[in-house]
Ligand binder design. Structure first.
Ligand code: NAG
Ligand code: NAG
Ligand code: NAG
Ligand code: NAG
Ligand code: NAG
Ligand code: NAG
Ligand code: NAG
Ligand code: NAG
Ligand code: NAG
Ligand code: NAG
Ligand code: NAG
Ligand code: NAG
Length: 825
């Protein structure tokens, strides 16, 4: 008995010690991506939380609220999205504190957002950001700390002793009826209770990348000082004689500044401001606030928030031995950012009655399907199951799966109906958890079969042509549904992959006729392949490659788009959702040439065989045609696996990380897009990259000696171990591998690795080997792998000049980076 107790004690002590030594939160820097267009929300949030508190700046890139780019703070608000492009999202009902109004005259406080920004200067080194908390000190001496529960933000403002007029502090805190994008619509209202200072209100706003409007309510209460007086303001004038009003949209397209304020008799103690939001009602907002933060206890709330994050972040443990702290920060911060958005609005959906979960801020699925949602499927499958139930419930009540969704509204579709890929990915990985897969199947089939009248924001366009011709024609004739008639190539490629994903669910559910039908239409990408299409740079220099996708008319004749247009280097074409945009969305034909995730074997053959396929991938990356800051590039980093050169995938990922993904505020190469970039970093560094929509992870050596991933679903621990690991990353080539002790030669692995907690041991070396290069070792593909292993087409077994120089570049980056790193070890 005693022995047992001692054993338990030892075990627990060892566990506690291990946790104390290795705290993943020590490696999370929420400020990564807070400048240079990362648009990351760096403030206080719970995992998938609705309340997201941060200081908002007047940067022109303030989509995530706060930025570290020299812009000024204009307010402190509690609703945000993270990493998005489009217009700035949310940022509703900001607070702003003044130590006092000069001479005690409220009219001398600068109420409107534009003018109060002058008071919002701050020093970069005053900013503290940690999972669950955020703080900043303004140059005027006001310190603002903030933390959150699920729907409620708690701000703590600490004031200097004297105001700008030299008089003792008599703080005034305003709350205004605006948002980051100045999208407020007509008839917003606010009321302040003169007794308690409680401020409540409601307003209608626009979603940041979609159609429609939404109404948001708030409820704000104060603690820490006596209320001196209160009132409302309109434009730059305020009055204590009025305690509520309704305000118009404004004039000349800019919402009229307006809101309420409370003034306090003393600033000696910090003033706590508890503010909650609700999409349902003011009453519900107040109820959230009262139940979630009854005591205004800042320390307690922030500790609880930190603990929630520690729990979520503890599913992945890596060995920090020898590894630069900056790489650990890169990794764990990437993981952290995958759990900011989507947001859990369960119980907050005014649109329909349902007992199903409701998630929002899928921003956008075109970005999320590639690696963020597959990543969460590993570390938080319960959350993904709720998200999928929510997507299916959205289909039940709106008629369609969304492709993008924010603030209760439909977002714009970028290409295909990519929720199909999300459902297939989870289905193939065995996710059940209360998901009604027959309804899920009906939802994806509707995408494939029924064209919406307005396909701006759901489903697919051009279905008649798709079915009659087997591709989306350029200048399509479509009188049944309406949408932007561009992107015919990228839509064809995405629809083909969507159909493949549908076929996989059909197979699993036993709908065999459907399976065959969608497998057949998943070949439609081949109809836009023009084998004799050459590609030259705009100056006439030939790239040397032949065979590219091209646009095709209704009469089956070919159109033309320069395969390099819409690439990273093309700064002259419109390639987004503009009416005059190209036939590929946000990327070139060069890059889309690889987007056949389900039939790489056939693609390899069409592009000229494995050797040429490899050279094309090299050319794509080496000449900067690809842009690692946008999601279509993600899979191309690892597609060498399909031409039997898994070593080159490893080299590429070591090239991009940390060269293009650095753990600094300006370190992201593009918008994080929710946590898409974060998940790319996490997967790449973990050494298992998904081909999303399939039960496939492509194997490369992790950036750490060891990675342990505990499945929250089964409690089992999956483990990847590098033998011969060197933290200088010379040994990035797998020589051999074992899975649970048995030789393993496939260059990919399936989800049972995580679910069943297997152990993958990778023996590394300095040179490319033949591991994972035989046809039987390559990942699944619809067609046959042909042309492999033939001299002249053969797998390279030695490092080439190109790869050597690439590794040198990567090393130079890593070396140069050492000096800059904000190492935390
Ligand atoms: C804060 O950092 C940003 C980004 O590095 C920079 O633009 C800005 O000038 C800095 N501000 C100060 C006061 O140093
Ligand atoms: C932000 O506010 C500061 C201070 O008022 C001002 O100088 C700056 O021009 C503003 N920036 C923008 C983009 O409006
Ligand atoms: C705002 O309220 C006024 C007065 O009640 C009403 O006439 C007007 O239609 C409202 N505007 C909107 C957009 O609902
Ligand atoms: C608004 O103020 C008026 C006048 O003080 C008061 O009668 C009314 O009850 C207030 N309405 C709300 C919603 O607080
Ligand atoms: C991974 O798990 C194994 C087996 O439980 C353990 O020995 C090892 O220390 C763990 N590694 C890390 C990095 O946590
Ligand atoms: C989402 O919110 C609901 C209601 O608060 C809660 O029951 C559920 O656990 C949350 N889901 C996740 C993944 O946090
Ligand atoms: C044309 O542009 C390509 C890509 O920038 C470059 O590699 C090539 O040298 C250029 N050719 C000429 C003749 O300038
Ligand atoms: C096919 O349609 C295109 C676009 O309308 C047209 O330019 C082309 O001449 C047509 N080709 C034939 C063979 O009719
Ligand atoms: C592609 O880019 C070139 C610029 O060199 C431009 O002239 C052309 O119109 C663009 N569009 C297409 C469809 O190729
Ligand atoms: C290389 O493979 C392709 C098909 O993948 C084939 O067409 C070509 O003839 C092969 N080349 C050689 C030299 O065998
Ligand atoms: C590619 O872009 C990187 C980063 O901007 C730059 O350093 C490099 O010179 C570019 N390479 C080519 C071939 O343009
Ligand atoms: C390939 O590498 C091996 C050593 O790993 C070496 O013996 C051989 O000469 C190399 N072959 C070529 C063609 O470089």
């Amino acid at each position: 008995m005693l022995i047992l107790l001692v054993f338990c004690w030892n075990f627990l002590a060892a566990k506690a010690l291990e946790d104390a030594i290795f705290d993943p939160l020590a490696y999370v820097d929420p400020l990564i991506g807070a400048s240079n267009g990362g648009n990351v929300f760096p403030g206080a949030s719970l995992p998938y939380g609705m309340a997201k508190a941060v200081a908002d700046t007047n940067s022109t890139s303030n989509q995530g609220g706060f930025t570290l780019d020299g812009a000024f703070v204009t307010g402190f608000s509690g609703m945000h999205d993270s990493g998005t492009g489009g217009n700035p999202s949310l940022g509703n009902f900001p607070l702003f504190p003044f130590t006092n109004c000069p001479g005690g005259d409220i009219d001398r406080c600068a109420f409107p957002k534009k003018s109060r920004a002058a008071d919002g200067g701050f020093g970069n080194n005053t900013v503290t950001a940690k999972p669950g908390t955020f703080g900043i000190t303004l140059n005027n001496g006001i310190r603002a700390d903030m933390t959150v529960t699920h729907h409620t933000s708690l701000f703590r403002f600490t004031f200097p002793t004297l105001g700008s007029d030299g008089q003792p502090a008599q703080p005034l805190i305003l709350q205004d009826l605006t948002d980051l994008a100045n999208s407020r619509q007509d008839n917003a209202s606010v009321a302040v209770d003169p007794e308690t200072g409680r401020i409540t209100g409601s307003a209608r706003f626009l979603p940041s990348f979609g159609s429609g409007t939404f109404v948001l309510h708030f409820c704000t209460e104060f603690k820490g000082a006596d209320v001196l007086d209160s009132g409302i303001f309109v434009n730059s004038r305020a009055s204590t004689a009025v305690s509520n009003f309704t305000i118009s949209r404004g004039i000349n397209g800019y919402p009229l500044p307006g809101g309420a304020f409370v003034r306090f008799s003393s600033g000696a103690e910090p003033i706590l401001v508890r503010t909650a939001n609700s999409f349902i009602s003011i009453e519900q907002a107040c109820k959230h606030a009262e139940t979630e933060i009854p005591q205004f206890d800042f320390e307690e709330v922030s500790e609880a928030a930190t603990e929630k994050w520690r729990e979520k972040m503890s599913t992945i443990k890596v060995s920090p031995v020898g590894v630069q702290g900056s790489l650990l920060t890169n990794f764990y911060s990437g993981i952290y950012r995958t759990m900011i958005d989507p947001q859990n609005y369960t119980g907050e959906n005014p649109l329909w009655e349902s007992s199903e979960p409701y998630f929002d801020s899928f921003y956008c699925i075109w970005d999320l399907f590639r690696s963020q949602l597959p990543f969460l499927t590993i570390i938080d499958p319960g959350a993904v199951a709720e998200m999928i139930r929510s997507l299916i419930d959205t289909y039940r009540h709106t008629g369609w799966l969304p492709d993008c969704r924010m603030s209760l509204n439909k977002g714009y579709t970028q290409g295909g109906s990519n929720a199909d890929n999300v459902l297939a990915d989870a289905f193939l990985k065995g996710m059940k958890d209360g998901i009604d897969w027959e309804d899920g199947y009906a939802a994806v089939v509707k995408d494939a079969e029924v064209e919406p009248y307005d396909w701006c924001c759901e489903g697919r366009g051009g279905l008649d042509s798709w079915k009659a011709l087997g591709y989306i024609p350029v200048e399509d004739f479509d009188y049944k549904g309406f949408g932007t008639m561009t992107r015919s190539i990228s839509r064809t490629l995405e629809y083909a992959y969507n159909d493949f994903c549908i076929s996989q669910i059909a197979h699993g559910l036993g709908h065999t006729a459907d399976r065959d039908k969608y497998l057949e239409s998943s070949k439609n990408w081949q109809n836009l392949f023009k084998p004799d299409q050459p590609s030259s740079w705009w100056n006439g220099t030939n790239t040397g490659f032949t065979g590219f996708f091209q646009p095709r008319y209704l009469n089956r004749t070919w159109g033309y788009q320069n395969p390099l247009n819409c690439s990273n280097l093309d700064n002259f074409s419109a390639c987004s959702l503009q009416n005059n945009a190209g036939e590929t969305y946000e990327s070139s034909i060069w890059e889309y040439n690889f987007f056949v995730p389900h039939d790489q074997s056939t693609l390899v053959a069409l592009l000229g065989g494995p050797q040429t396929f490899t050279s094309r991938l090299d050319y794509l990356h080496n000449t900067n045609i690809t842009y690692i800051g946008n999601e279509p590039s993600f899979l191309t980093v690892f597609q060498y696996h399909y031409s039997a050169r898994p070593a080159l995938s490893s080299l590429r990922s070591h090239f991009y990380i940390p060269a293009s993904f650095r753990p600094t505020p300006d370190g992201l190469p593009g918008n994080d897009d929710s946590g898409a970039m974060g998940s790319f970093v996490a997967f790449a560094m973990m050494g298992l990259f998904p081909n999303p929509g399939q039960n496939v992870y492509l194997i490369t050596p992790p950036f750490f000696e060891e990675v342990n991933i505990t499945s929250p679903a089964t409690g089992k621990v999956a483990r990847v171990r590098n033998v011969g690991f060197d933290a200088g990353y010379k040994n990035v080539y797998i020589q051999s591998a074992t899975l649970d002790g048995k030789a393993y030669t496939k260059n990919w692995i399936d989800h049972s690795f995580f679910a069943e907690g297997k152990e993958l041991v990778l023996v590394l070396g300095e040179r490319e080997s033949t591991w994972g290069t035989r046809v039987e070792d390559l990942p699944p593909s619809m067609g046959e792998y042909v042309g492999f292993g033939i001299p002249g087409n053969t797998t390279r077994t030695n490092e080439t000049t190109a790869t050597r120089s690439m590794n040198e570049i990567g090393k130079a980056w890593r070396g140069g980076y050492l000096g800059l790193a904000r190492d935390q070890t």
